[in-house]
Design a protein around this ligand. Sequence first.
Ligand code: COA
Length: 159
Amino acid sequence: MKTAIYPGSFDPVTYGHLDIIKRASRLVDRVIIGIIPNSSKSPLFSVEERLEMIKECIKDIDNVEVTSFEGLTINFAKQNGADVIIRGLRAVTDFEYEMQLAQANKTVAPEIETVFYVTSSQYSFLSSSIVRDVAKYGGDNSRFVPDIVVKKLKEKFSR
Ligand code: COA
């Protein structure tokens, strides 16, 4: 049985992330989404809120689950008996950082592979920050995030 982890801030989850999650769920037997609090990014949503949104979005995919973790991604992978770390590549600009991350993780745990998914072209410009910005200024996010996330963003910015 092959297990993958997909780590990230997911503040909030977007259709770009969900595209990768669905594709990964077809490659391995079990996908564990790992939410990192990432306080360095001053998150908009609490970890609990991010968990709740992702749970709703993945409820129809049997082999995907979501949790949160603190500390190193590679330790989270080892604790969960993962074979693979999933990462998405949106553009060349992602590549350098992802290479460093993958090589550092490989040094710590050579048995765990990093697998990169090339982000589907319609999501290659997307990021959680863009989504947050669009919501902040009252724009339409419905092509970028699922309805549950649109709703939660509206609630956040109407306060
Ligand atoms: N579609 C849409 N958006 C995407 C995307 C996709 N397919 N892939 C990434 N993004 C967005 C993310 O939402 C994020 O947006 P934001 O910066 O506006 O919040 C941005 O692109 C960067 O994504 P990512 O590189 O995945 O950053 P992250 O903060 O979500 O995750 C970790 C980074 C958590 C994986 C990484 O910091 C980590 O492993 N941290 C743990 C500590 C550790 O192990 N460090 C390494 C030591 S060797």
